[in-house]
Design a protein around this ligand. Sequence first.
Ligand code: B12
Ligand code: SF4
Length: 497
Amino acid sequence: MRKLKVVFLERLAMEKLGLMYISAMVRRAGHESQLFLEGAEGSRFLDRVVEARPDVVAFSVTTGMHRWALEVSARLKARMDTRILFGGPHASYTPEVIEKDPVDLVCRGEGEEAIVGLLECLAAGESPRNVPNLWVKEEGVVHRNDVRPLTQDLDAVPFPDWDLYYRYPYLRRLRSKPLLTGRGCSFQCTFCHNHLDMPVCSGKGNWVRKRSPENVVAEIRELRQRYPIEVLNLERDDHLTIQRDWTFEFLEAYARQVDLPFVLQCRPETIDLETADALARARCASVTISFETADARLRNSLLRKEISDEDVVQAVTLLKERGIFVKTLNMIGLPGEDLDGALETLAFNVRLRPQFARCSIATPFPGTRLFEQSVSAGMLAPDHSSEDYFEDYFQKTVLDHPDGARLENLHKFFSIVVTFPWILPLVKLLVRLPPNPVFYRLYLAAFVLYGSSFAGLSARNIVDLIRFTPSPLPAPKAARRSWTLLAVLERFSFNFD
Ligand code: B12
Ligand code: SF4
C-alpha cells in the first residue's frame, strides 16, 4: 500500500479534538499526518506545507473561519498540486462549500471512517467518489454520498493523536488538557449544532453516546504519563451530565482513580444535591452552565432551552456551597430582545454572582432554526451568506438589530459589570457611544485578567498565547489577535487549588 500524507492546517492557537481523532485514524491506517499552525509557523506557514508534500491538505472549518481556509487553499493550489478536504461544522451543515474553487472534498459528520476510506481509495489509485460521508468534486461534477452509521462504540475509537498539536512546545506546556467523554446532546436548542446533526444522522444509530468510565480514565492516565497536566478540561462535552447513571459511575471512578481537578459544562437541572456532592468529591473545580438569557420566554420558546430560572438558581447555589466555581454562558442581541432585555440578563447574573459570566453576541448560523426565526423576524436576509459571518461572535451582530450598536457595546462590558456591578450606571452611558476599539480592548483585558487569575496561567503561557495567535480576518484593528486569545483564555478558564 502506498503511504500517504495528510497535512492539517489550522488558524487557532489551540487544540481541536476532532482533528486529533482523525489524525489518530490516519496513523492507525498506516499513513502519515502533520499539522501546521499558522500563528506558530509565521511567514513560513505556506512554505512549510509545500515542503511537506502532502497528498491531502485538510481543514476543520467553522462558519466564518472557513474563509481563511478558502483563501489558504487557493494560495496553496497556486503553488502545488494537492487535494483540499474540508470537514467540521461548516462542512457538515453547508457542504455546498464544495462549489468553491479550491475545495475538492467535503466531509459531512464524523470524519474517522471517512478519511480512512478516502486514503484507501487514493492509495489504490481509485476515485473516492463513493466513500460515505464525502462529497467529492471531480472534473467539475460533485458526487454526494450519504452519511454512514454513527460510531456507536466510542471506546473503539483510538485515543486522540495528541502529538499532532503537542509537538508545539507552547501547547504542550499549557496546564490543562482537554478530553471528551461522549458525543451528542438530546436537546433541540435552536442555535446549537445538535438539532442540525440529528436529522443528518437520523436512522444512523444513537446520537447521544458515552464512553465507558474505564475508557475515559485510561485516557487520562495516558495523558498524564505523556504531558504536563494540572487540570482536566471536560468542558468540550456539550453536556457532560446528560445521563444520570453514567455521571455517578464516572464521578465515582474518577474520585477513586484520578487525583486531578477538573472542569466541565452541563445543563443546570442535572445539578441536584447528590450530583453536586459527587462533583465535589471528585475534585470538580468549576462548572459552566448556560441559560443564555434571563428572559424565560425567549429562553424557552425562541431558543428552546427548556431551562427554568429555578433550575439555574438551584445549580448555582448548590455548586457554590461546595466551593465549586460557577461560570455562566450568556447571549445578548437575540431577535426580539432590546437593550433592556439584555440588561435583565446582566442583572440576573449579578444576582447569581458566578465567578465569571461569559457573554457572546447571538449569532444564528446557517441551517439553524434560529437562522429561520431571525429571517421571519425580518432581522436577517433569507440569503444571508456564510461569507458574511465574522470568525467569532465577540465582535458584531449579524442581525439587523434596532439596538445593535448599544448591544455590541454592552457585550464588551458584560463580564466586567457582573464582577463590579457598581459600574453599571457608567456603562449605561458608555453604551450610547459608537462601538470602538477601546471597548474591545477593555473586553480583552477583562479576559486576560480573568484568565490569569482564575486559570492559573503562567506569565509565559500568556505571552506564548498572544505570540502564537494570528489576527482575525475582517476585524477592527484593535481586535487583532484578540479573538483567538479570548478563545484560548476561555479554554483555560478554570479554578484549581
Ligand atoms: C470545544 C469547542 C470549541 C473550542 C475548540 C474548537 C474545536 N472545534 O474543537 C473553542 C473554544 C476554540 C471553540 C471556538 C469556537 N467555536 Co466552538 N465548539 C466547541 C464544541 C463545544 C466541541 C468541539 C469538539 O471537540 N467536538 C467533538 C469532536 C469529536 O467533533 P468535531 O470537532 O465536530 O469533529 C468531528 C467531525 O466534525 C469531523 N471533522 C471535524 N473536523 C474535520 C476535519 C476533516 C478534514 C474531516 C475529514 C472531518 C472533520 O470529524 C470529527 C470526528 O468525528 C463544538 C460543539 C460540538 N459538540 O462539536 C462547538 C462548535 C464547533 N463551535 C462553534 C463556534 C460558533 C465557535 C466559535 C465561532 C465561537 C467564538 N469564539 O466566537 C469559535 C470558532 C473557532 C474556530 N475557528 O474553529 C459552533 C460552530 C458552528 C458553525 N456553524 O460553524 C459549534 C458547532 C457549537 C455550536 N454553536 O453549535 N469551540
Ligand atoms: S443543551 Fe446545550 S448542547 Fe444541548 S442542544 Fe442545547 S445548547 Fe446544545
